[in-house]
Design a protein around this ligand. Structure first.
Ligand code: ATP
Ligand code: MG
Length: 574
């Protein structure tokens, strides 16, 4: 491709609306432009990167036996109503009515569509297992679209769906996708780790996420990893072993309400009462689907709202406002306690459940209650883990300690069980003629997020450094002066030779100054640069340089093709 014939609007200046280096580079390199919040247009270079990555994904999915289909973005709301996700998808789902007043949604994921596709058509165990995938636009009205393609509202995803007759077969299908994912991300240049994750509104039994660990602010996810390598989970889901030195009294004492003037926070109350934070219990008021509820964790810990949401089975969960706290407990913030809140759901963490004679708010201004005990003084609705794991906690398996890392989720895999097949009647007859719901799995890869994640790693202060596998073109061909006939002659000849060999080349045929061309080439980040200038031409040579390396080789102009091929091979191994 000739630069003069394509469209690469590079930008000299950093853009004020891009926090991440990867987002900055995509804007400045002329890869993407924003149309609206979370809505991006992919320019010719980005389109090629998307094609490259899609092709990697396709090859690995096909190798695993998956079949490519394309499902519509538009879907009748009725299917989502049948699975219950019309409600649970909440505001993330874009909804509309068509001209006939039918309610429709824009799919953010395609479990409903794909299950309805096979429901009634796949009837026998002989037609299973089946794996259908697509590479398609998704729409999610994300609450905080940000970071460019990392969290868009419209984005491209590869989503695959497996259908199996029994658990053993499903385990093989799931493992095949896990293996394909490791292969995909490796080819894209990313080392990823697989972590346990929350199933969220997807439902089902268990899930994993594929995380690319970063130490920049691009890592939206916190991952807890055991220092002995035996456990890795998203912090949303992470379990832990409590290592705090907690004193548990032998005898239950009588409750006693005490004044705690000016002491509302944990620090203030522990200082005032001269007790350890582990003897204090935080009672936090939340609004769960607009109903008040209380969550209790030990004073030295915090609530994991995802765990809490799962325990409640609610769609919306928000901290109560100070006004709501006053209305439902009768006291201002800082003095909430479980005693007397019997009308509402009270969820108690097991670390609280094992305590005796602890301190809680008295639901009266500037008062706390000493020697409170679960069951005796209030009835918990549920005792279940709602505590956030933190760095330094014990790993739930083995003897290690948890470390907190940040990562970008580039893919995930869900064990869906029969949630969708039951809701949408996707059943089959097994070998003995018994009708059963199909066991399903669902598997996503961010087709637009992943290339941007790649850039968090592959860049320097001048611009992008694409790995060969993801680059929009392999070679940047740069004659330094288009006004010099000799430069043009060698450039045209080299361009033709590269194209004939099937090497993808971007030929900078603009009459720009050499400095401008070099800057643009560094920004755009193609893996290999060929430069044609007076100095090397004097010796009958052109310059060959890897974008990732400082050195320059002089290659006789006629031998450039094998030299490029050799360099490409070497770069691919890195
Ligand atoms: P996240 O936790 O980041 O919101 P998710 O759990 O909602 O992701 P899935 O629904 O499983 O993600 O989607 C599969 C893949 O699609 C993700 O692993 C990610 O790579 C990509 N993806 C999800 N949401 C977005 C988005 N808003 N913009 C770009 N890519 C996305
Ligand atoms: Mg999401």
């Amino acid at each position: 491709m000739r630069w003069s014939k394509t469209y690469i609007p590079t930008l000299r200046q950093n853009q004020s609306d891009a926090e991440l280096i990867s987002h900055q580079l995509l804007l400045r390199g002329g890869y993407i432009r924003k149309l609206a919040s979370g809505v991006y247009l992919y320019l010719p270079l980005m389109q090629r990167v998307i094609s490259k990555f899609s092709q990697i994904v396709r090859e690995e999915m096909n190798r695993a036996g998956a079949l490519e289909v394309t499902m519509s973005v538009l879907c009748p709301a009725e299917l989502w109503q049948r699975t219950g996700r019309y409600i649970s998808a909440g505001k993330e789902q874009m909804r509309m009515k068509d001209r006939h007043d039918h309610e429709m949604v824009l799919c953010g994921t395609h479990e409903e569509s794909v299950t309805s596709l096979i429901s009634g058509e796949v009837k026998s165990y002989r037609q299973l297992p089946l794996n259908l995938y697509q590479i398609q636009v998704k729409f999610r009205d994300e609450i905080r679209p940000r970071f460019g393609l990392m969290r868009g509202r419209e984005f491209i995803m590869k989503d695959a769906y497996t259908f199996d007759a029994d658990e053993e077969s499903f385990a093989r299908s799931y493992q095949a996708m896990v293996d394909a994912y490791f292969a995909i991300f490796k080819r894209a240049g990313l080392d990823v780790i697989k972590v346990e994750s929350d199933t969220g509104t997807m439902g089902g039994k268990a899930a994993h996420e594929f995380m690319f660990l970063v130490d920049t602010n691009a890592g939206e996810e916190t991952i807890m990893i055991s220092d002995d390598g035996s456990y890795a989970a998203n912090a949303e889901k992470a379990e832990f072993r409590d290592l705090a030195d907690v004193q548990i009294d032998a005898e239950l004492q009588d409750m006693e309400t005490v004044d705690t003037p000016g002491a509302a926070t944990i620090e203030e109350v522990t200082a005032f009462l001269k007790v350890d934070a582990t003897r204090l219990v935080k009672t936090l008021l939340y609004m769960a689907d607009d109903k008040p509820m209380a969550a209790m964790v030990r004073g030295d810990r915090d609530v994991n709202e995802i765990k809490l949401k799962n325990a409640l089975g609610c769609v919306d969960l928000e901290m109560a406002t100070p006004e709501q706290i006053l209305r439902y407990t009768g006291a201002p913030v800082g003095f909430t306690g479980p005693v007397g809140l019997e009308d509402m759901t009270i969820i108690v963490d097991p670390l609280v459940g094992e305590l005796r004679n602890f301190v809680v708010g008295a639901n009266e201004n500037e008062k706390h209650i000493l020697n409170t005990n679960v069951h005796r003084d209030f009835k918990p609705s549920q005792v279940t883990d709602i505590t956030l794991a933190v760095e330094g906690d014990g790993s739930p398996v083995g003897n290690g300690r948890l470390l907190a890392k940040s990562g970008i989720e580039v893919g995930n895999t869900f064990m869906l069980g029969t949630k969708y097949s039951e809701a949408l009647g996707a059943t089959f007859l097994d070998a003995s003629g018994e009708e059963k719901p199909i066991i399903m799995g669902s598997y996503g890869v961010g087709i637009t997020r992943t290339p941007q994640a790649v850039l968090e790693k592959y860049h320097d202060d001048k611009g992008i450094i694409w790995p060969v596998s993801m680059a929009p073109y392999l070679v940047a061909l740069i004659p330094l002066n288009m006004e010099k006939e000799e430069h043009v002659t060698v450039a045209e000849k080299t361009y033709a030779a590269l194209r004939e060999t099937g090497i993808e080349v971007l030929y900078d045929d603009r009459t720009e100054r050499a400095g401008v061309k070099f800057n643009d080439a560094d920004l755009v980040g193609l893996p290999i640069r060929i430069t044609i200038g007076d100095k090397s031409l004097k010796e009958g040579c052109v310059e060959l340089k890897a974008r990732s390396e400082p050195g320059v080789e002089l290659i006789p102009a006629d031998d450039i093709i094998p030299a490029v091929e050799k360099m490409a091979q070497r770069l691919k191994q890195q």
